[in-house]
Ligand binder design. Sequence first.
Ligand code: PEP
Ligand code: MG
Length: 578
Amino acid sequence: MITGVGASDGIVIGKIYKHQTKELVVTKETIEESGNEIERFLEAMEESKRDVEKIMARANIEMGEEAAAIFGAHLEILNDPELSSAIEKLIIDEKTNADYAAKNVCDSFASLFDSMENEYFSARAADIRDLSSRIVANIKGVKQTSLSEIEEEVIIVANDLSPSDTAVMQKDKVKGFITDIGGRTSHSAIMARILEIPAIVGTGNATTLLSSGDFVIMNGSTGEVIVNPDAATIEEQTAKIKAYNEQKAIWKEYRDKPSLTKDGGHLLIGANIGDVQDVNAAVENGSDGIGLFRTEFLFMGRNSFPTESEQYEAYKEVLSGMDAKPVIVRTLDIGGDKELGYFKMEEELNPFLGNRALRLCFSMPEVLKTQLRALLRASVHGDLHIMFPMIATLDELLKAKAVLRETQEELSRENIEVSDSYKVGIMIEIPAAALVVDVLAKEVDFLSIGTNDLIQYTFAADRMNEKVSYLYQPYNPSLLRLINMVIEGAHKEGKWVGMCGEMAGETDALALLIGMGLDEFSMSPSQVLKMRYLAEKIDSAEAGNLAKAALTCTSEKEVLELIGKFKDSDYKLIGMEV
Ligand code: PEP
Ligand code: MG
């Protein structure tokens, strides 16, 4: 059995597909017979063109013309005689191997484009780097497939999956995924929960122990992978799948009910989404709104920044799709583990402590402005809440609000209508912001606690590094005191507080957070109904006592024991064990 961190619920049985993400090693060799190398290179070019044509045709059918155009640009580069002749020349002049020559020439073309510091050329540089790996793989005879090319139902095993890997994944083909590294809050895990694909991360060695074609049963709740199971195990697991589905059917009955506690207290249980299409899942699961739209995913899987009108269409669709329910749209949060192929970020020693999210947006004012213009224009189509991520200081918040104000004035000069009731809020995900919540709350309409980052910054433990994953401690009294401080501080200013970090979707956290007075919970759509069902079994006053006791505990273990007792006493929260 292989074990990892259960990152997205569900049990599936299927065949393994190993996704190789490692870069191929290319070394310079001296070759006496250049003719053979040129032949190898030309064959690889033809093979690469066939690969790209195939992907382009599929992209056109499944993702539309825009996605296909990305691959059209790849074909143009492959057909560019300048590129081919430069590679052939290097093979002859330096009597070197084809893969080295191809990589070398592609790298220098890409660097040249990068140095032009222009969005269009940066995108071309990213295209060339992508193609360089494809050509080199074809010269070496190694097939490197993209996740968009999978043709049968499989469970993917990879060292890691980037957010853009998950963005191009075909949801109907991928039954689940298992990775060597990553934690519950890495973005590929978050995407898996949104897509309702069972996932296990941080196994350490799944790629070593599993091969393509292996038959496995994976449990995305417990983090267990059973390899090549016998008939009795398959039968036992099939029964578990059945029981899980029956439980889901009970939760489904809560789809059109309001989110209430046992004593009738109102909560909002919203959905976290990353894509316009995710609105369907949010609606199907009866979400009370969108608590977090991670807009950075709109910026991925393409070869240039989305234009104002493309963004406007996306925001409009989400707002109107939610039918006047609140929609919290977070401004672009790239950096950290979220990269864009067409926009090269400077390498940093500590990307999560570096130029990410709003900090990066301030250095690209036109990108932020374009997004805010699109959002404000879309504001007339629903109940828009604009949320700024990674606020550390009051100055940053005031600066963001000033850009928003300027943008609104600009639109008003152009006679473009903007709703007069949209709301402005911030994420509390940096301890510095939590500590001055009273100051920040005066400047906003609402706040939302981002525990994924708040935990990593409070414990100084990189959320991507499994060696320090023991410090991911949502139930540690230090974090609970920060959360409590934020809720109390914001309430004193008459502002409501939500939570959109992964903790909001944890069943163990529900009573504790109700007890602290959290107003809104936002989680992947697939968790909404389970939480609504459980909330109805919790009495606010009892939960308040639980929270009070937890705040005086000395360790996470002690808090978890308290929660355990709470679950075992009057409430018998069935459903918790899934
Ligand atoms: C968070 O930090 O809790 C959050 C919701 O944002 P992200 O996971 O996208 O960084
Ligand atoms: Mg965050």
